[in-house]
Design a binder for this molecule. Structure first.
Ligand code: MG
Length: 382
């Protein structure tokens, strides 16, 4: 499979922060993908919430199965557009490494806790994980990933944070675009969760097929499946509908993006970066349908009272964990206590808060729940 000139290329990568000899058996981005899979943060995704907390059921998506679905969708689009499939996969697999336990409720809670200390943002945290927090290699901290992989991981960033990130933050200040691989990983994320959340919401009994039929994207594919397979019912009917929804959106992204790329005519990844707008996009009509589904999920699933009751508990657990460690760092495990003490003596209270936030953000759902119990219930061993 040949790579388009506007794709990322191993040979012209902007490189790693710490120079390394080129890999002998793999490409540069393949090495990045492998490092991500070997990381601790990646394995923790197994026990981190997507929408449903890990103990709510074995079949729901977790962060790791979500990330794999994102990667799978991303690779399909990358291949169809002659973009770098492995770089796309690496970005997709790493995109949620910085997520807190308990999904978005956890991220919001930690952001509130960190309000006076620079805030907390899961995208930026994913970058922190791969740049600093992973401890695996003798020669450098973090995973020392290529610029293009890090560029893809950093989806959003405030201007203030961007200024501290040097070259990587430049595009947020100058309003430049990231690589096409990064753009498509971003879309693959949205396609994956919109569709699998329909599946998980129905499985949980929080969504109703009748209500979903009113949503254009679902309703149209559902009607087609019913017409073509009148006997089909239950799970197969749902799954056949959802696979067609994914196919419809993915096909649309490929054809619309191919047109945009042809019209803009970038000859290199650098020319992609200087485009005024993103080139990996959905058509207007499919984007509207996708947004309609997203609004539906927002109202009917993410704000369902059963989900809210759980997110409320999750928020409380994270707030209390953060507060108790901030108040008394002697309660932190030794390694984190030493980092917190050192950080504080170097850069004051915000630096201490950052170490606490790193520790709390790294927790899996079940670790956060048991750590909370150990700290707050006198009946538990500490
Ligand atoms: Mg995601």
């Amino acid at each position: 499979m040949s790579l388009a000139p506007f794709a990322a290329h191993d040979e012209t990568s902007l490189g790693r922060v710490y120079a390394e000899a080129p890999p002998t058996l793999r490409g540069e981005f393949q090495r990045d993908r492998d490092r991500i899979i070997h990381s601790n943060a990646f394995r923790r995704l197994v026990y981190k919430t997507q929408v449903f907390v890990n103990h709510e059921g074995d079949l729901y998506r977790t962060r790791v199965t979500h990330s794999m679905e994102v990667a799978q969708i991303g690779r399909t689009i990358a291949r169809a557009l002659q973009l770098h499939e492995t770089l796309t996969e690496a970005i997709c697999l790493a995109h949620d490494l910085g997520h807190t336990p308990f999904g978005h409720a956890g991220q919001d809670a930690l952001n509130e806790c960190m309000r006076d200390f620079g805030g907390f943002e899961h995208n930026l945290q994913s970058l922190r994980v791969v740049d600093l927090l992973e401890e695996r290699y003798a020669d450098f901290p973090g995973l020392n990933l290529c610029f293009e992989t890090r560029e893809g991981i950093l989806k959003h960033c405030s201007a203030n944070n961007a200024r501290e990130l040097g070259e990587l933050g430049r595009r947020f200040i100058e309003r430049r675009q990231p690589s096409l691989e990064a753009q498509l990983a971003n879309l693959a994320d949205a396609i994956a969760y919109n569709n699998h959340d329909v599946d998980d919401g129905l499985r949980a009994g929080l969504l109703e097929v009748d209500a979903l039929r009113e949503v254009t994207l679902f309703g149209r594919e559902y009607a087609e499946v019913v017409q073509r397979y009148p006997q089909l019912a239950g799970r197969r009917l749902i799954h056949e509908t959802i696979r067609r929804m994914i196919n419809r959106v993915v096909t649309d992204v490929v054809s619309t993006s191919a047109e945009r790329i042809a019209a803009a005519g970038p000859r290199s990844i650098e020319e992609v970066r200087t485009q005024p707008t993103a080139l990996i996009v959905m058509s207007d009509s499919v984007r509207e349908e996708h947004l309609e589904l997203k609004r539906f999920l927002n109202a009917e699933l993410y704000r369902h009272h059963r989900v809210l009751r759980m997110t409320n508990k999750a928020r409380k657990v994270l707030h209390e964990l953060f507060e108790v460690f901030m108040h008394d760092i002697d309660l932190l495990p030794e390694e984190h206590r030493l980092s917190a003490t050192m950080a504080e003596s170097r850069a004051g209270i915000p630096a201490r808060a950052r170490v606490v936030a790193d520790y709390v953000a790294g927790m899996t759902d079940r670790y956060a729940i048991s750590e909370h119990r150990r700290l707050f219930s006198p009946a538990e061993p500490s």
